[in-house]
Design a protein around this ligand. Structure first.
Ligand code: NOJ
Length: 759
C-alpha cells in the first residue's frame, strides 16, 4: 500500500476508534498501544511537539485572552499545540480551554489540567509531614481520595502530588510536603496516595492522575537550602532516595515530575541515568515525566546548557517528556529535529507516553469527563471535614507530658490560651493550600471553647504577633521582633489561670517551597514570650503549630507538656481540643527527628555506622561536644496518655536460609489506665556488609489498640527480601551474615535480638 492509502485507512480507523469525543472507547482500553500509534501516525511534527508543552493558565479562560502572550497561547491551544495546562481552575475554565482544543484543532487531543493538590483541595488535611505522623495508611489514602473528588469537581484532573522526596533536613522548607526521613515509610505513603488519587481506574470521573515528585534527590539539597546542589553517591541514591519512587511507579502512578537540583553535577531534568535508564528502563514504567516549572531552561543557570535550544536537546534526550511553562520545547524542538540534532523518534516516544496517560484517563472517550458542574453539588464538605478532623487528631504527636498535665483535668477551671497562633485561623492551613479559603481553619481558641463546656473559664491573649503585614505564597514573611505591647495582658491572664495553653510555632508560609531557614527555633518574640509566661505560671501545655521539625530544647527541658500539632488543616482546633481534653488519646509518632540544635542537621536515625560510633561524652568520637549526636525526639517517637511495656523479643529461629523467613514476636502490654493505640516498629540492621550499612532501618510497623491491662503478641515476619539493599555489586541483593532485629515504640528505645542469614 502506498503511504497515502495507509494514511487514509488509519485516518478512518482513528476516527472510528473514536479519539474524537463522540465515539466511545471503553475506559478499560486494552489496545491502548495501537490507538496511541494510530494517533501518532496522524500527527505532524508540530502537533507532536505541542503535546510536550504545558502552559500555565494565567488568564481568565472564560473570556478572551487580552494580553499578547495569552492571546498567542490561546491561538496555539486552538491549533492543538498544547498538551496540558496547569493552574486552570473551575469547571467552566477547564471546559472552555478544552473546547478551544476540541472545537478548533485538527486532531482534537484533549488537554490534561494539573494543579498542586498537596494536602487537600478545599477541605484541608494535615500537611503531608504531619499526616505521615499518623502512620495510618488508610487515612492517608482517604484524604487523597477526598482531595481527588473535590479537585475534579473544580475541573482539575491531575495533581502534582505526592511529593515523596526523603528529607532529613529541618532547614529545608519543603520538608513539610513530604513524609520525612525514612524511605520505607515514605514508600508506603507514596502507594497510599497514588491509590487515593487514582483509585482502581484512572478513567473514573472522580479520580485524578497523580505525580511522583521530585525525581530525584531534591530533598537532599545541601545545607537544606532549597534548589541547592545535591551531592550523593549511587549507593545513597538507590538505598535512600529511589525506593519511594520505585514504589510509586509499581503502584501505577500516571506521571513523574523531575526536580530543580543537580545530582552529582547533572541536573535531574537533564539526567538520562535517572529518567531513561532507571525509571523508563529498569523499572519499565510507562507514564510520562513532566519537568518542574521551567526546570528545562534552568539548566542554563546551572551552567549545563548554553541556551534554551541546548537545554531542550539535553532534556528530551534525557527523558523529560513535557516542558512545564519553560518554553524550551515549544521554541526549539522543531529546529533540533530539522537540524538532525535529535531524532524524531525521541519526540514520538514522549508523545506516546502522554497519549497513553490521556487514554487511561478516559479523555478520548469524553474530553469533558472532568468538567461536570453537577459533581460539586454532590459533595458533602461537612463529611469531608469530619474525616479531616479524625485524620488531624491521629496526626498529633505528644512529645512530653510530665506529671500528666494532659489530658486536661476536670479540676482545671481557668484556662489561659496564649500565643500568636492561638486564635490564628490561617496558619493551620499551612502552605500549598490549593483552594482552601484563607482563615478557614478552626483555631485552637475556637476548638477549646467548643470542647471545654460552660464550667471552664477561658481567656485568650495573643501576647505577640509572629508575622507582620500580609502573608502570601510568594512574599517573604516579616517577623515581629520588637512589638511586645501584648506581653502584659498575656502575663496577667497567665497568672490567673490553672493551666496555660501556649500556641506557638510557624506562620502559614514559613515552611514550603523556597522557605528554607537557617534558624528553626521559635521565631520572633515567641521564645521570649514563653519564658515570660513560664515565670508566672509553670503549668503550661505547649501546642506547636508548624511545618518542619523545630529546635525546642528550652521548652523540652522546662515546659511540662508539649503537643506537636503540625499544620493540621481545616479542623485543626477541634482536633487539638480532642487531644487536649482526652477525647482522643494521642497515637502519632514522629516521621522525622527533632534536633537538639539546628547544627545537628541533617539529622536522621538511619545513619550509616561510623568508625567512631560510641560515646556522647568523649571528644574523639563522631558526635558534637556541646549537644551530642542524639535527637531531642527521635524518629518514630510519640507518647500516649497510657503507657506501653514491651516484653522479650523472640525470633522463631536464629538462622534464615535462602528464600527463608523467620518470625519476630513481642508482647506489648498497656500498662496504664486508658485504652490507647501504639505503633509497634520493626527495625533491622545488617551488621557487616559489602558497604557500610545504616545502624538500623525501619522495615515494618503495626498499629495496635489495647485496653488498660491488655497484652497482645505482635508478630512480624522477616524474609530475605527485607534484607536486600543496593550493594557494592550495584544490584539489590541480600548478603549472608548476621543481622540485628529491633522492636519498640520508637527508633531509639528498642528490644533487640539477632539472627544469621545463610546463603
Ligand atoms: C514548582 C514546584 O517545585 C513543584 O513541586 C510544583 O508542582 C510546580 N512548581 C507547579 O506549581
Amino acid at each position: 500500500m502506498k503511504k497515502n492509502s495507509i494514511f487514509l485507512v488509519l485516518l478512518l480507523f482513528v476516527q472510528l476508534a473514536g479519539f474524537a469525543q463522540d465515539s466511545k472507547i471503553p475506559s478499560s482500553v486494552k489496545n491502548v498501544e495501537s490507538k496511541v500509534d494510530s494517533i501518532l501516525f496522524m500527527m505532524t511534527l508540530e502537533e507532536k511537539i505541542g503535546q510536550l508543552v504545558q502552559y500555565n493558565g494565567s488568564w481568565d479562560l472564560t473570556g478572551p485572552a487580552s494580553e499578547m502572550g495569552n492571546k498567542q497561547k490561546e491561538e496555539r491551544l486552538k491549533k492543538g499545540l498544547v498538551g496540558s495546562m496547569l493552574n486552570v481552575l473551575s469547571v467552566d475554565a477547564t471546559r472552555e480551554a478544552q473546547k478551544l482544543v476540541m472545537e478548533n484543532s485538527r486532531i482534537k487531543i484533549p488537554l490534561m489540567f494539573g494543579y498542586d493538590v498537596i494536602h487537600g483541595y478545599k477541605t484541608m488535611f494535615p500537611v503531608p509531614l504531619g499526616e505521615t505522623a499518623s502512620w495510618d495508611l488508610d487515612a492517608m489514602e482517604k484524604s487523597a481520595r477526598i482531595a481527588a473528588i473535590e479537585s475534579v469537581a473544580d475541573g482539575v484532573n491531575w495533581t502534582f502530588s505526592p511529593m515523596i522526596d526523603v528529607s532529613r533536613d529541618a532547614r529545608w522548607g519543603r520538608i513539610m510536603e513530604g513524609s520525612g526521613e525514612d524511605p520505607y515509610l515514605t514508600s508506603l505513603v507514596a502507594v497510599a496516595k497514588v491509590k487515593g488519587y487514582q483509585g482502581d481506574d484512572l478513567a473514573d470521573s472522580t479520580t485524578i492522575a497523580a505525580t511522583a515528585k521530585h525525581f530525584a534527590g531534591y530533598g537532599f539539597a545541601e545545607a537544606g537550602r532549597d534548589y541547592n546542589t545535591v551531592n550523593i553517591g549511587e549507593y545513597e541514591l538507590h538505598n535512600m532516595i529511589l525506593p519511594p519512587f520505585k514504589a510509586a511507579a509499581d503502584a501505577g502512578v500516571a506521571t513523574f515530575m523531575n526536580s530543580f537540583n543537580t545530582i552529582d553535577g547533572t541536573p535531574a531534568t537533564g539526567n538520562k541515568m535517572l529518567q531513561r535508564d532507571i525509571l523508563k528502563g529498569d523499572w519499565n514504567w510507562d507514564g510520562f515525566v513532566v519537568s518542574d516549572w521551567g526546570s528545562i531552561t534552568e539548566m542554563i543557570y546551572h551552567g549545563f546548557a548554553r541556551d534554551k535550544k541546548q537545554a531542550a536537546e539535553i532534556a528530551i534526550k534525557a527523558g523529560s517528556d513535557m516542558d512545564m511553562e519553560g518554553g524550551a520545547y515549544e521554541s526549539s524542538l522543531m529546529e533540533l529535529v530539522q537540524e538532525g540534532r535529535i531524532d524524531e523518534s525521541l519526540i514520538n516516544e514522549a508523545v506516546k507516553r502522554i497519549l497513553r496517560v490521556k487514554f487511561k484517563m478516559g479523555l478520548f472517550e469524553d474530553p469533558y469527563r472532568y468538567t461536570d458542574s453537577d459533581l460539586a453539588k454532590e459533595i458533602s464538605y461537612k463529611e469531608h471535614r469530619e474525616v479531616a478532623r479524625d485524620i488531624a487528631r491521629k496526626s498529633i504527636v505528644l512529645l512530653k507530658n510530665e506529671n500528666n498535665v494532659l489530658p486536661i483535668k476536670t479540676s482545671v477551671k481557668n484556662i489561659a490560651i496564649i500565643g500568636p497562633l492561638a486564635n490564628d485561623k490561617d496558619s493551620p492551613i499551612g502552605n500549598w493550600r490549593a483552594q482552601a479559603e484563607p482563615n478557614s481553619a478552626v483555631s485552637v481558641v475556637e476548638g477549646i471553647k467548643a470542647a471545654a463546656g460552660k464550667n471552664v473559664n477561658i481567656t485568650y491573649a495573643e501576647g505577640a504577633k509572629l508575622g507582620m503585614g500580609e502573608r502570601s505564597f510568594l512574599m517573604p514573611l516579616e517577623i515581629n521582633k520588637t512589638d511586645r505591647s501584648g506581653f502584659a495582658e498575656a502575663i496577667e491572664k497567665a497568672k490567673k489561670a490553672d493551666l496555660v495553653i501556649m500556641v506557638l510555632g510557624e506562620d502559614a508560609f514559613q515552611a514550603g517551597e523556597g522557605r528554607s531557614q537557617a534558624k528553626i527555633g521559635l521565631a520572633g518574640l515567641q521564645q521570649e514570650l514563653l519564658q515570660e509566661i513560664y515565670k508566672v505560671n509553670k503549668n503550661i501545655a505547649l501546642v506547636l503549630i508548624n511545618g518542619r521539625p523545630m529546635e525546642i530544647s528550652w521548652a523540652a527541658e522546662n515546659i511540662p507538656a508539649i503537643v506537636e500539632a503540625w499544620q493540621l488543616g481545616s479542623e485543626s482546633g477541634n482536633a487539638i481540643a480532642d487531644v487536649l481534653f482526652g477525647k482522643y488519646n494521642p497515637s502519632g509518632k514522629l516521621p522525622v527527628s527533632f534536633p537538639k540544635a539546628v547544627g545537628q542537621e541533617p539529622l536522621y536515625y538511619n545513619q550509616q555506622s561510623t568508625g567512631r560510633p560510641y560515646s556522647e561524652q568523649h571528644v574523639t568520637f563522631s558526635s558534637y561536644t556541646d549537644v551530642g549526636k542524639e535527637a531531642l525526639y527521635p524518629f518514630g517517637y510519640g507518647l500516649s496518655y497510657t503507657t506501653f511495656e514491651y516484653g522479650v523479643l523472640q525470633l522463631s529461629s536464629e538462622e534464615m536460609g535462602e528464600n527463608g523467613q523467620i518470625t519476630a514476636s513481642i508482647s506489648v502490654t498497656n500498662s496504664g489506665k486508658r485504652a490507647g493505640k501504639e505503633v509497634v516498629q520493626l527495625y533491622l540492621q545488617d551488621i557487616v556488609a559489602s558497604k557500610a550499612r545504616p545502624v538500623k532501618e525501619l522495615k515494618g510497623f503495626k498499629m495496635i489498640e489495647l485496653a488498660p491491662g491488655e497484652s497482645k503478641i505482635v508478630e512480624f515476619s522477616i524474609n530475605e527480601k527485607m534484607l536486600e539493599f543496593y550493594s557494592a555489586n550495584k544490584k539489590w541483593q541480600s548478603e549472608a551474615g548476621d543481622f540485628n532485629v529491633f522492636i519498640g515504640g520508637n527508633s531509639k528505645y528498642l528490644k533487640k535480638a539477632g539472627f544469621t542469614l545463610n546463603q
